[in-house]
Ligand binder design. Structure first.
Ligand SMILES: Cc1cc2nc3c(=O)[nH]c(=O)nc-3n(C[C@H](O)[C@H](O)[C@H](O)COP(=O)(O)O)c2cc1C
Length: 353
């Protein structure tokens, strides 16, 4: 029952909630075509902006997969539980060529009932507004605006943005949503204790939805060289981000209400994780690094696993949204137990076992 996976972000239906989120595997035509063919409900292109420094950053980009001992492991499909460290840049094509790629793949996506999403990373606001207008004029159906890359403090000045002030989020999102009539999805930084306030500002300023939330910066010292892996602070991600994403989804749902669609991102690696983020409040969920590392089968497997989970529960995918979030209770409302803490300490400290 494929239709049981359908969800809606405002007026836009998605055939399923699995989103191919941007990364280097969605730079070239082959990757975009493979993501569309995987059966994902939406595919977000590798982002662009007007900054030459952001493009140059892609030529300087490096990637590392680290095991649980923080030592490098092979970047391959077996590295399922790796921590991923990256210094990425933006799409290498100029804007006109990128827009042409978007228009061509939008046609391909429409034929597969998939939503192709062009993505802008904010550098200069005036330039972002102008690009958003061109994207709408090219017939694209939606725009993702990323204002929360992890890199702004480390990248060349003005190349990308990490917006952490709700007032500034209002100004940016208001300017872009006033300029176009297509829905604007706003990807927010997770590097903040105010993700919910950023989400509230973005939706009040006209965002159709918010993508919660971008990766954080991290630094991993290499014991052999005594320098940072990849030379500096990097974008850091991995499966372990899922609880943080789910927390922000639940908080944001509580603040903005169940009618406001939210997109989950950061830490999903499977269809079960898509279900987890939906239970925490997401209407749809992006997967990026798992696909970049393990291939496009991750997306088709995720759709199949989500379908299987929904079938087992006899629920449509939309029926999952927010169930765990709405079941959250305050610590003080949970029952008093029989010193359970004694089962979680060493014997010498007085353990009960
Ligand atoms: C190598 C790499 C490149 C990325 N490029 C982009 C990009 O161009 N635009 C964007 O919005 N997000 C980009 N992201 C962020 C991902 O879309 C996603 O938000 C992040 O990796 C967390 O999700 P994940 O745990 O599924 O990887 C990139 C991530 C990685 C690892």
């Amino acid at each position: 029952m494929a239709e049981a996976l359908t969800v809606s972000i405002g007026e836009l239906p998605l055939k399923n909630p699995v989103i191919a989120a941007p990364g280097e595997h969605l730079i070239e035509d082959g990757g975009l075509a493979a993501a569309i063919a995987s059966g994902a409900g939406a595919v977000v292109m590798k982002s662009t902006n007007e900054s030459d420094a952001a493009k140059r950053q892609l030529r300087q980009a490096e990637y590392a997969a680290l095991g649980p001992d923080w030592r490098p492991v092979a970047w391959d499909p077996k590295a399922v539980d790796a921590t991923i460290l990256t210094r990425s840049g933006l799409h290498p094509l100029g804007f006109e060529a990128w827009l042409d790629q978007a228009a061509r793949h939008d046609r391909l996506a429409r034929a597969s009932d998939c939503l192709l999403m062009p993505s802008l990373v904010l550098a200069d606001l005036g330039a972002a507004v102008a690009s958003a207008r061109r994207i709408e004029q090219a017939g694209l159906r939606v725009l993702e605006l990323n204002i929360g890359t992890p890199y702004a403090s480390q990248a060349a000045r003005g190349a990308v943005s990490t917006e952490l002030d709700p007032g500034r989020v209002s100004e940016i999102v208001g300017a872009v949503t006033a300029a176009v009539s297509i829905p604007v999805w706003v990807k927010l930084s997770g590097q903040s204790e105010r993700v919910t306030a950023l989400a509230a500002a973005a939706t009040a300023a006209g965002a159709a939805t918010v993508v919660i939330a971008g990766r954080a910066l991290g630094l991993v010292p290499d014991l052999d060289t005594m320098t940072p892996h990849l030379g500096t602070s990097c974008g850091v991600g991995g499966f372990w981000n899922l609880p943080l994403t789910c927390h922000w989804l639940a908080e944001t749902r509580a603040a903005l209400g169940p009618e406001q669609p939210l997109i989950g991102i950061n830490g999903a690696t499977s269809g079960e994780d898509v279900a987890r983020m939906m239970l925490a409040g997401a209407t749809a969920v992006g997967l990026s690094s798992a696909v970049m590392m393990r291939g496009f089968g991750v997306l088709s497997d995720a759709v199949a696993a989500l379908q299987a989970y929904c079938d087992t529960r006899a629920l449509p995918a939309a029926g999952l949204i927010g169930r765990a979030a709405d079941a959250r209770r305050r610590f003080s409302d949970l029952p008093v137990l029989d010193n359970v803490w004694r089962h979680h300490i060493p014997r010498a400290a007085g353990a009960a076992h």
